[in-house]
Write a protein that binds this ligand. Sequence first.
Ligand code: UDX
Length: 438
Amino acid sequence: MKICMVGAGYVGLVSGACFADFGHDVVCVDADPSKIERLHAGVMPIYEPGLEDLVRRNVAAGRLTFTTSLAEGVAGAGAVFIGVGTPSRRGDGHADLSYVYAAARDIAANLTGDAVVVTKSTVPVGTGDEVERIIREAGCPHRVSVVSNPEFLREGAAIGDFKRPDRIVIGAEDEYGRETMREVYRPLFLNQAPILFTGRRTSELIKYAANAFLATKITFINEIADLCEAVGADVQDVSRGIGLDNRIGPKFLHAGPGYGGSCFPKDTLALLKTAQDYDTHVRIVEAVVAVNDNRKRAMGRKVIAAMASCGGGEVRGKTVALLGLTFKPNTDDMRDAPSLAIAQALMDAGASVVAYDPEGMELAAPMLPGVTMAANAYAAIENADAVVLVTEWDAFRALDLKRIAREAATPLLVDLRNVYNPAEARAAGLTYVSVGRD
Ligand code: UDX
């Protein structure tokens, strides 16, 4: 089947390349000519492990092409996916759907035959109804079924998540939509990926509920970590102790500096807005959003407190080294990264901040104008009065702790991801502070 992917961003490009790898004929359309030019030259607009190779292979096989022309992409397509951005609308936290609706209008104007139009972008409940209305009102002469098919891709693991999903969710209102989606995902059915067919509105809500639940799990363990610090307990053992209960499960119970990224912060807010619009409350998610917002800056205060108790006194004039800037490893994504709030809190207190990140510095530099970027981890820690591990990149999992103790001005390591063993860090000569453990 010919598949058209509108939007060659994170979701569109990963999904398009994976569909091509399944044997479909895929055209990715993006309005940004420089992005399409770079894709033609084999240059990826995002950092995602395995993507470049996947794209190259499928382009070479003739199954994956790129264009700025929506008409060309849509012509003859049996399924047209909308994978454009849905950023938080400035001011009110609602998802900004203008790109989705513009795509729907363009698709309606360019369809050359019957097609299923699939919303893959994360969109609030009811968006599919609106997309359907737009297409109908555009006077499109073909049979069109509008379907919701949310993505559950983690950055850094997106290709694996696409090819071996925990589940595929399809919200369709008619048999034509369901049958077409069955064909699109047939290679995954053969791998026995669970598939859930449901209504369109339910499918749209599943995506938000999933992300809000995961954000809640993280925030829960983060608050338990604070409690652990207060009572002298160990949050990693608490995570293990509760996570071994099958009903709870071990994942997303790592305490840290708060969740960030392109999805959780935006989707939790959008869920709250939807609830408000329908005069209901999701109070747990309200609390999660507030607790997580506060936590990021609180991590800056944690560093400041550690420096004070390390005999440093005033933070003003001191240097803090941040190891890791991206919201998580294996991505260059800086959206809502805790490092942004942490660096700002430290600079507000008068500290100088030096940072190193294996992939994120290019995007981080303009977002952190006061921060000096270092060439590598050891250059960052040289003469630092505190070293803060912010993102758990593999490259930071086996640092030479003795070298840090030797080369930093003050041998203080604040490990916000609980990567190191406290006893080993202390044996290396460091004052070691982590999250929710002694
Ligand atoms: C998430 C969802 O996992 C994915 O299904 C969805 O479609 C998009 O949003 P992503 O944002 O790429 O994916 O990253 P994820 O690995 O889920 O991590 C999100 C944030 O939570 C990161 O800041 C991470 O550091 C944090 N996190 C995650 C924790 O602090 N503790 C954990 O135990 C897990």
